[in-house]
Write a protein that binds this ligand. Structure first.
Ligand code: NAD
Length: 361
């Protein structure tokens, strides 16, 4: 039986509790893990004076896979975003965000089964920005005004959107390969190429070229605004959505909302030979240390990790166990109850135990 070395980052707030629940659920499948615990976020800041210590990155690089709890973003200037730092340092170019209906979770839609594949490194998140009325902005604006018929006002703040052929081809290929490996039938390219003719135009053109390499998968494309409307009107017509960074960020939260929100939304950040899986929710500090946080999103992130490791059967078992526990409804955390009454709700550990019992049935 295979044994996997995995970097486990419990994180901050409710992170350690949901991470521990997840560890126990993953181990209940019988698969062996060698967990390497590392810090990130506030915990790392307090222990190592750095929110993203090099030894954490080094551990993920060595193990090639990480499982991460949520982290608290320190308030105040000078702190780089740990999540952006992780993505950039490890080249985690693909953000994978499945959104699947779990019966028993309160949601406006049912029968949703969508996956967003979002480009994670460039687009509107290139990090190249110039603040209003700075010398840098003035220089950039005057150079652009010299080259462009359309003129920028001298007081403008500027964010640069970057779309490269390399990153576009990489994410689109990832989307099709994911679709193929997971028995998906259709890929929708999401863009705004009618307005951003060069950046999104390039994304769409290259995506359509790559689509030809995957004749077994149906391809279409949608303009982002229309995509949002169609997701509300006929979500069943969609399957895998491949998007540049900003649209993917928004659409994946939209879909998380459609299937019941933060408590059940897993994600993966995947690069060349390295990947980090995490729930999309934050560290929920007001619930920390009270054994009341919902562990489902991190457990489902663990299942995504199992799929990435090729352990499909164990992933299916966990996903089914989570769904069964939620559908049964008697051993779930407060947020999954219609009355949201913590006094009648199960704790984090009890919900995890209930999931483990089903995994082992
Ligand atoms: P949050 O996701 O922590 O909380 C939003 C709401 O959902 C709160 O009411 C919270 O109590 C509830 N909630 C979230 N997860 C829950 C769970 N598993 N079980 C039960 N209830 C849950 O978002 P926020 O309050 O905006 O942010 C709190 C901190 O988390 C901030 O420091 C933020 O920067 C950070 N954050 C981190 C990540 C990450 O590490 N990936 C993501 C989002 C926010």
């Amino acid at each position: 039986m295979a044994s996997y070395n995995v970097t486990l980052i419990p994180g901050d707030g409710i992170g350690p509790e949901v991470a521990e629940a997840t560890r126990l659920v993953l181990e209940s499948t019988g698969i062996e893990f060698n967990w390497e615990y590392r810090d990130a976020g506030m915990t790392a800041q307090e222990k190592h004076g750095d929110t993203l210590p090099e030894e954490t990155l080094e551990s993920i690089r060595r193990n090639k896979v990480g499982l991460k709890g949520p982290i608290t973003t320190p308030i105040g200037g000078g702190f780089r975003s740990v999540n952006v730092g992780l993505r950039q340092s490890l080249g985690l170019y693909a953000n994978l965000r499945p959104g699947k209906t779990i019966p028993g979770v309160q949601s406006t839609f049912d029968d949703i089964d969508l996956v967003v594949v979002r480009e994670n490194m460039e687009g509107m998140y290139s990090g190249i920005e110039f603040d209003t009325e700075t010398a840098e902005a003035t220089t950039v604006i005057s150079q652009i005004n010299a080259l462009s018929k359309k003129q920028i006002a001298p007081t403008a703040a500027i964010s640069i959107k970057v779309i490269t052929p390399e990153a576009t081809k990489r994410i689109v290929r990832f989307g099709y390969e994911y679709a193929r490996a997971n028995g998906r039938k259709k890929v929708t390219i999401v863009h705004k190429a009618n307005i951003m003719k060069f950046t999104d135009g390039l994304f769409l053109k290259l995506a359509q070229e790559i689509a030809e390499e995957y004749p077994d998968i149906e391809t279409n494309d949608r303009i982002i605004d229309n995509m949002c409307m169609q997701l509300m009107q006929k979500p069943q017509e969609y399957d895998v959505l491949v998007t540049p960074n900003l649209y993917g960020d928004i659409v994946s939260d939209l879909i998380a909302g459609m299937v019941g929100g933060l408590g059940v939304a897993p994600s993966g950040n995947i690069g060349e030979g390295v990947a980090v899986f995490e729930p999309i929710h934050g560290s929920a500090p007001s619930h920390a240390g009270k054994n009341e946080a919902n562990p489902a999103a991190m457990i489902l992130s663990g299942a995504l990790m199992l799929r990435h490791l090729g352990e499909q059967a164990a992933a299916v078992k966990i996903e089914k166990a989570v769904a069964d526990v939620i559908a049964t409804g008697d051993r779930v955390t407060y947020d999954l109850r219609a009355d949201r009454d913590p006094s009648k709700a199960a704790g984090t550990t009890d919900m995890a135990t209930s999931i483990i019992e089903r995994v082992q049935e």
